[in-house]
Design a protein around this ligand. Sequence first.
Ligand code: ZN
Ligand code: ZN
Length: 161
Amino acid sequence: MARRCIFCTIARGEEPKTTLLHEDERFVAFQDRSPGAPHHYLIIPKEHIGNPATLTNKDIPLVESLAEVGNKVLQEQGGNMEDKRLGFHWPPFNSINHLHLHVLSPTSQMGFLSRLIYRPAFYFVTVDSLLQRLQAMPVDQPVAPSSTPQQPPATKPEGEQ
Ligand SMILES: [Zn+2]
Ligand SMILES: [Zn+2]
């Protein structure tokens, strides 16, 4: 839990201006403060997890769960399930360094600027392309102990010289 992180505050239910549309053990969802489409929600893990570039293939279930919650919230709020976009801003284009999934719908009613900001590109990755990226990552490779001798940790000087 990072100090002074607005999304951590929201996840704790301590941000009075933010209404949680969904809450379970791991996630909360709420409306984006400056909506880029008629329906624009943010889904965040309660745990402070960093931006999408820090994720590895171990986080595939996390990304899938975020998308699941996002779809559920969008449906409950009456969004257009046929015309939606789910994605993440890529650093340094993410304004808040607490993993958050944007859910927008209908994309056909997004304004010019929103189309740009939430366009699948190098600065905004959709859930699908993030999952592809994570799936392409090598799983922890087992290394033969003989081929890669473990480096002993550098010993720190005991005291100041
Ligand atoms: Zn946070
Ligand atoms: Zn964002």
